[in-house]
Design a binder for this molecule. Structure first.
Ligand code: SF4
Ligand code: SF4
Length: 358
């Protein structure tokens, strides 16, 4: 595992070289919008390495908001009539430059759902495997970042192929995998930083972690039964202000729900995979008209129980959250997952749980 030193004067030249071997993605300031987001970079475009927290995570690079799964025709004159065809997909190597460590950790978390011993979603898996993750450490975490208590952190290496660290005039590039080494070669990053580079990374990491003040605990959630939390008396209060807009699920790098629908036009059709949200009333409606989560309280409870209890129990590997803080920043009514986690963690059946009023 070596550390390379990249002079910022040479940064653009290296990225231009990497363009020849990879389709590149990176953060880009969206014109006149005041936020940045991950986009495919054109041949001359550079990732904006000063972008702090992108409004959406880069999860869409492997899990697009809308994706064509299959195409079909009902034209009886066609020999393919009524046969589902998988369209040509492009899984050429792609590199995500400037992904934050918590967003890379989120890919690993989502992988538990899309790539299991029993079932493999080929669309997500093929896109994910085509990716090389060139992370950028977070030297100055935002006030909403609580990633150090969610098995991630501002310099976390899990899920990354390279960790870049901005040191002012240089980037230090910690090469973590063979994929990362291949990217470094394509960008002609060659100068070794040696032990001094490793020491500098360790110092910046300690400084960044110290700046994170927000934490969550879920030890007591783990000990409590599902039914005790499910039937707790605080859900009405937690859900009171929610308008079920679904924003929290769309901005979340770990939310993976989708819907499948056929769209037809004349005799042509497409089977589409589209992001969905457990916060929407139609998410669980049955064809009978019965809706097991027909009320707002039921839907809000589902979101938090899934992230903070069901996932925790199922995988015994932490909560379904990497602590990026996006849902807190974007929620129009200021519902804060850290606060809800605290309410759940300090809950004991029978006690007064008006924690939101405290
Ligand atoms: S963003 Fe806030 S208001 Fe919208 S669904 Fe999520 S919790 Fe409810
Ligand atoms: S639940 Fe909120 S803080 Fe956690 S990963 Fe999703 S958006 Fe980020």
């Amino acid at each position: 595992m070596k550390v390379l030193k990249i002079d910022k004067k040479d940064w653009a030249g290296g990225i231009q070289k990497a363009h020849k071997a990879y389709r590149l993605y990176g953060p880009v300031q969206v014109k006149d919008k005041g936020f940045s987001e991950f986009q495919a970079l054109g041949p001359d475009a550079m990732p904006d390495m000063t972008a702090t927290d992108t409004r959406l995570s880069p999860k869409s690079i492997a899990f697009p908001p809308q994706e064509v799964m299959m195409v079909f025709t009902t034209d009886e004159n066609s020999e393919l009539c009524n046969q589902m065809q998988v369209p040509q997909k492009d899984y050429a190597p792609r590199a995500i430059i400037g992904i934050r460590p918590y967003d890379a950790a989120a890919f690993l978390l989502v992988k538990k759902n899309f790539d299991t011993p029993e079932y493999r979603d080929p669309y997500w898996c093929d896109a994910y495997e085509a990716c090389t993750f060139i992370g950028l450490a977070v030297n100055t975490p935002s006030a909403l970042d609580f990633s150090t208590s969610t098995k991630s952190g501002p310099f976390d290496e899990n899920g990354l192929d390279v960790l870049l660290v901005d040191t002012g005039n240089h980037y230090l590039a910690k090469i973590l995998t063979d994929k990362g080494a291949a990217f470094a070669k394509s960008a002609a990053w060659e100068t070794e930083a040696g032990a001094a580079g490793e020491k500098q990374i360790a110092e910046l990491k300690a400084s960044a972690e110290k700046q994170i003040r927000a934490t969550v605990a879920f030890d007591n959630i783990q000990r409590q039964s599902i039914m005790s939390l499910y039937e707790a008396d605080f859900w009405e209060e937690v859900a009171f202000a929610c308008i079920n807009c679904g924003t929290c699920t769309y901005v979340c790098p770990t939310c993976w729900c989708f819907d499948i629908q056929d769209e037809t036009h004349a005799k042509c059709g497409k089977r589409m995979k589209t992001w969905d949200s457990c916060m929407y009333p139609l998410f669980t409606i049955h064809t009978t008209g019965h809706n097991p989560r027909g009320t707002k309280v039921q839907r809000v409870r589902q979101r938090f129980m899934h992230k903070l209890k069901y996932f925790l129990d199922k995988y015994e590997d932490g909560i379904m959250c990497v602590g990026c803080g996006r849902c807190i920043r974007s929620c129009p009514v200021n519902i804060d997952i850290r606060k809800v986690c605290d309410i759940m963690n300090s809950y004991s059946a029978g006690a007064d749980t008006c924690a939101l009023k405290k």
